[in-house]
Design a binder for this molecule. Sequence first.
Ligand code: SAM
Length: 289
Amino acid sequence: MPAQRPNFELTEAKPLQPGLHIVSTPIGNLRDITLRALDTLAAADRVFAEDTRTAAKLLSAFGLKNRLEAYHDHNGEAARPRVMAALAAGEGVALVSEAGTPLISDPGFKLVREAAAAGHPVFAVPGPSAVLAALTVAGLPTDRFLFAGFLPPKSVARRRALEELTAVRATLVLFESGPRLPDLLRDMAEVLGAREAAVARELTKLYESCVRGPLPDLAADPRFETIKGEIVVLAAPGEPSAEPAAADAALREALGRLSPGEAAGEVARALNLPRRDLYRRALAMKVEE
Ligand code: SAM
């Protein structure tokens, strides 16, 4: 078949409906902008942006010159009344975040809640998000997933957050920055056990990559020690692979040969269960003896 060229005259110069338009923008590759995002931004009476400089660059790449106003975590309280006044005046207001889908680990939730409560229409202009992009390439189950955003940066709080997630029977999707990735992977391997996982990096960009494997392998991967860029970490759902009775039996047998810590580690690897829970159980067994 001869090379095809899509019709680039597909954008529509229609007035925008009054209301709040939540506009997703690319997570790296500018060509991921949607035609509707361009229509909406071109016709918006006002565009509020998490980062006005990034938004200005994006708009100028498509020949748009909207005046931009800031809406971010630090000025939300002050900026919301201005957005609400514009909505009350019947304007079409667009909200964009620095990249991807607004509200997804980005500002906008309180604004949407307030706009909806005041009876203003809120429109989704969907498009790229690192959450769904990572899920599509990770090779992990997608029928159920739990997006937990950024976990706490300090290890104690992060491990506590991971412990709460051990029982979730869904693929886990987390955001992380390069410098914190090794510590996150080590904590995940320790708390979640030997689950299949993936590290998706710089999606849609020049150095896009996705490394897949069991959590302990990823935690030991030297490539991640100095990794830079934007990262999504995914882990397979916890398998109820062993009945508690089977885990207890394996632990009892292992405790005959090993310390509680070693026994917990051995059973965690064998049954794909979280080591921490097994360690607690092993200590309790020692006390019961
Ligand atoms: N709202 C955005 C979205 O829908 O994708 C996410 C915003 S959050 C503040 C930024 C985080 O998303 C980054 O630290 C990284 O974890 C992830 N992220 C954003 N772009 C990415 C990309 N191109 N590849 C991998 N992860 C990305």
